[in-house]
Ligand binder design. Structure first.
Ligand code: FES
Length: 89
């Protein structure tokens, strides 16, 4: 298995797996705060349509976790913060 980082937590993934699938398998269902306001990011549609699963890459790119293939070495966090404590945001 390969791995990426979610808030400095190592998340393993298999070949062809999306970021969202790997996070869900690791028990991470809340992806932080996607925008200003009380909403919490979660996987909803799973097909890249609703934007509910947005996450931020370390390089600043905003990604749809449900359709983004996981890649070794990715560093991801909630959109509005770079959390250091790992786990559910
Ligand atoms: S869950 Fe809807 S875009 Fe990802």
């Amino acid at each position: 298995m390969s791995a990426f980082l979610w808030c400095d937590r190592t998340i393993e993934f298999g070949k062809g797996e999306t970021v969202a699938a790997a996070l869900l398998r690791a028990g991470i269902r809340e992806l932080g705060q996607p925008t200003a306001g009380p909403a919490r990011a979660r996987v909803f549609c799973g097909i890249g349509a609703c934007q509910a699963c947005l996450v931020r890459s370390r390089d600043g790119a905003i990604l749809e976790a449900c359709i983004t293939p996981a890649r070794a070495g990715m560093e991801l966090s909630p959109v509005l913060s770079w959390k250091k404590d790992g786990g559910d945001a």
